[in-house]
Design a protein around this ligand. Structure first.
Ligand code: BG6
Length: 495
């Protein structure tokens, strides 16, 4: 991918994302020699920092979070000599003249060729203001170089606000200038889904309602809301994880093969999945969606707070920290195959995985070893220990025909001759190269909101809609097990 000279302008530069993810990712690009010759970063925020104070702070972020965190300090300093900072009041249109002036100044030192990426890592309330004020300074028009805007999640708070935000952005940018980021799509293993499915002859013939019993997708986290209570209490797990990350994963699991690997073809196929999501009926909302909230518990001698005791969370909060749901995709391939999604904070472990449960063989000829369910599962591990595991039955050595499950297990870490880029590193590179394949289209985001909106409405309107407590450190409300059809089937509980 060709990356031309350019500047990365980060709004919200004094925030956590810049410190933990963005600058460390750009530094990793620098170390991999993936940055163009003419390049600079301009951090913009309200807090006041000198360039050198900002660089000092970013150095700490790099030394904690970058892949190359142990790089020699002179290397880090050399990179940081391309990083600048200005403080403006982002709510005031006239202050954007400083951004323009600073870019013009950097232009002469770094030869940026008037190509700019504006990265919005700010509170969402600024997502419509910043584009407007950039436009006011003539900074969105592409007559001299490219202009792109990256929008962090949350993209909208509900369907209506997402539609409105799309509208507002389109007043100042063209759709192909807008990069709606979902960092899950930058994960190597999430991208590998397409390669596994469409690059091999053996999976695709089985990848449909005839051979798959159900699909299970889990994104479990052991941490609580930490210091993000203020944001999270207005969001909840459905908005924070399902509307974006997990539905993106669903689209990659369920999509048809694109006719070629291009942004348009891939995004078109994903869009068809979103359109085919079966809308929840009143009954589904009651029976097929479960929400929970973690409560105080002692885990291995450690006292864990309940959600309502967390900082910046309302004592009476009904925000969900856990969601499990069952739904269907109404198309030829998936008719009748249940999809189960589950996500939560303060679960026993941090794991994200996709589990394809294949149907059993038509007759059970062999005795299964006791306690072994003998399922054929394909597990695509997104995190940790990225890789693929196939569970298949084998004969137990000795007389008779006893059968037991064994694992065919591949770990990405075994590819140790390959550097695995972090999600932000990958996505930033793509944006710098003008490739929006892994970014979300406006219409697709709206489709995902359409799917979850009835759930939000139901929880909002029906005061009797249950919110189940679950002890911190457990696998969530017990009733989540009842979602899964069939006595034999329960969620997979990875350790
Ligand atoms: C973020 C959510 O988008 O994704 C967080 O806001 C969540 O609440 C995080 O912890 C999970 O991402 P990852 O890459 O750590 O699995």
């Amino acid at each position: 991918k060709k990356v031309v000279n350019q500047a990365l302008v980060i709004f919200g530069a004094s925030g956590d994302l810049t410190y933990r993810k963005l600058i460390p990712a750009v530094f990793d690009l620098y170390m991999n020699e993936s940055l163009p010759k003419g390049f600079a970063v301009l951090g913009v925020s309200r807090s006041s920092f000198s360039d050198s104070a900002f660089r000092q702070k970013m150095k700490k972020g790099i030394q904690e979070f970058a892949h190359y965190k142990d790089a020699k300090p002179v290397k880090i300093d050399d990179f940081l000599s391309k990083v600048f900072y200005i403080s403006i009041d982002t709510q005031k249109g006239e202050e954007y003249a400083h951004v323009k002036a600073k870019l013009a100044e950097l232009e002469s030192t770094f030869q940026l060729d008037h190509n700019y990426i504006f990265y919005l890592s700010t509170p969402p309330s600024l997502y419509s203001l910043i584009p407007k004020y950039l436009y006011g300074q003539g900074l969105t028009l592409q007559h001299s170089g490219f202009r792109r805007i990256v929008i962090e999640k949350p993209f909208g708070h509900d369907l209506e606000s997402a539609q409105k935000l799309n509208q507002q952005l389109l007043d100042f940018f063209e759709e192909d200038q807008i990069y709606r980021i979902d960092h899950y799509l930058g994960k190597e293993t999430v991208q590998n889904l397409m390669v596994t499915r469409f690059g091999n002859g053996i999976y695709e013939p089985l990848w449909n309602r005839r051979y798959i019993q159900h699909v299970e997708i889990t994104a479990a986290e052991s941490i609580g809301v930490e210091d993000r209570g203020g944001y999270y209490d207005h969001a909840g797990a459905l908005r924070d994880m399902i509307q974006n990350h997990l539905l993106q994963v669903v689209s990659l699991v369920a999509m048809e093969p694109p006719s070629k690997i291009s942004a348009d073809d891939i995004r078109y196929e994903k869009m068809k999945v979103f359109r085919a999501l079966r809308p929840f009926t009143k009954l589904d909302l009651k029976n097929n969606v479960i929400r929970g909230q973690y409560t105080e518990a002692t885990v291995r001698g450690k006292q864990l707070k309940g959600y309502r005791e967390e900082k910046d969370v309302k004592k009476t909060s009904r925000t969900e920290t856990y969601v499990a749901m069952k739904f269907f995709i109404d198309n030829w391939r998936w008719e009748g195959v249940p999809f189960y999604l589950r996500t939560g904070k303060r679960l026993p472990t941090r794991v994200s995985e996709i589990v394809i449960h294949f149907k059993p063989s038509p007759t059970r000829l062999f005795k299964q070893t006791e306690g072994d369910k003998g399922e054929n599962l394909l597990i695509l591990r997104i995190h940790p220990d990225e890789g693929i595991l196939l569970k298949t039955g084998m004969k137990v050595p000795g007389s008779g025909y006893e059968m037991k499950s064994v694992n065919m297990d591949f770990h990405y870490s075994e590819l140790n001759d390959h550097y695995i880029p972090g999600a932000y590193e990958r996505l930033l590179t793509d944006c710098m190269a003008g490739d929006n394949t892994l970014y979300m289209q406006g219409v697709a985001v709206e489709e995902t909101w359409k799917f979850v909106q009835p759930i939000l409405d139901y929880w909002e309107e029906d005061k009797d809609a249950p919110l189940h407590g679950y002890p911190a450190g457990s696998w969530g409300p017990d009733c989540a097990d009842d979602l899964i059809d069939g006595k034999e089937n329960i969620w997979r509980y990875p350790c």
